[in-house]
Design a binder for this molecule. Structure first.
Ligand code: CA
Length: 170
């Protein structure tokens, strides 16, 4: 019976031939290697480390999409009826005492012309729960004397400011 070695194994050699181990012929200077002749054990440890790292990555990977999930808080500028101001919003009310419906903004929203929402020179009261301060202005494009709208405040506008807001920034 004739036993033949696989052609691939014969071509690669056993790593102990006269020309030196194959890892010294791969273009890597021996000085850069941690050990010139890494034992199979150390290679196995490296593989195990990679396996542990890969397992950690496979565990961590599903967390990334969860962190990128949409913010459950509404982001758009919306209108609301009566006194039904959405949570965590800046609400501009048509009437005094936070009634009459109006426009709700989120932190980061701005309206350069409240007329675009049918709300120019309409606001009579406001409430702010955006966790930041906002500003309203008597003219479009955030011009004129700005009025600060502090977080957690509810304000009925005084007579000289009633129905004068034309833009808002939050
Ligand atoms: Ca009004």
């Amino acid at each position: 019976m004739i036993v033949t070695r696989p052609a691939g194994a014969a071509a690669r050699g056993n790593g102990r031939g006269g020309r030196g181990p194959p890892w010294l012929t791969a273009g890597v200077p021996p000085a850069t290697l941690d050990t010139p002749y890494p034992s199979p054990f150390s290679l196995e440890v490296s593989v195990r480390r990679l396996t542990v790292l890969a397992a950690a990555l496979s565990i961590a990977t599903p967390i990334a999409p969860a962190a990128a999930a949409p913010d459950p808080a509404p982001r758009a500028i919306v209108s609301f009826p009566g006194s039904d101001c959405p949570t965590q919003s800046l609400c501009l009310y048509r009437d005094a005492n936070y009634t009459g419906g109006g426009i709700a903004l989120q932190g980061g929203n701005s309206i350069s012309n409240l007329g675009d929402y049918g709300f120019n020179d309409v606001m009579s009261s406001w409430s702010n729960d955006t966790f930041r301060y906002c500003m309203w202005f008597p003219h479009i494009g955030m011009t004129g004397e700005g009025h600060r709208m502090n977080n957690t405040y509810r304000i009925n506008l005084p007579a000289n400011e009633n129905d004068t807001a034309s833009s808002v920034r939050c």
